[in-house]
Design a protein around this ligand. Structure first.
Ligand code: SF4
Length: 66
């Protein structure tokens, strides 16, 4: 499972990084979110990824099934 942040849709609300700090990092320059590890979701963090997706008010996070 992978996740991807649409950098144009992201408005830097920080919710994803609060819900899933192991999966998302906010960039210093603009406060927008980036998925860690190229978006790869480690085993056991799938629930956190889903919570981050539902927490994003801009619907900027997309799940990519592999
Ligand atoms: S919750 Fe959504 S809008 Fe906010 S930082 Fe994360 S991806 Fe961006």
């Amino acid at each position: 499972m992978k996740v991807e942040v649409d950098e144009h849709a992201c408005q830097g609300h920080t919710l994803c990084a609060m819900v899933a700090p192991d999966l998302f990092t906010l960039r210093d320059e603009d406060g927008h979110s980036e998925a860690n590890n190229g978006g790869e979701v480690p085993r056991g963090l799938e629930q956190a990824a889903n919570s981050a997706i539902s927490s994003c008010p801009e619907r900027a996070i997309r799940m990519i099934e592999d």
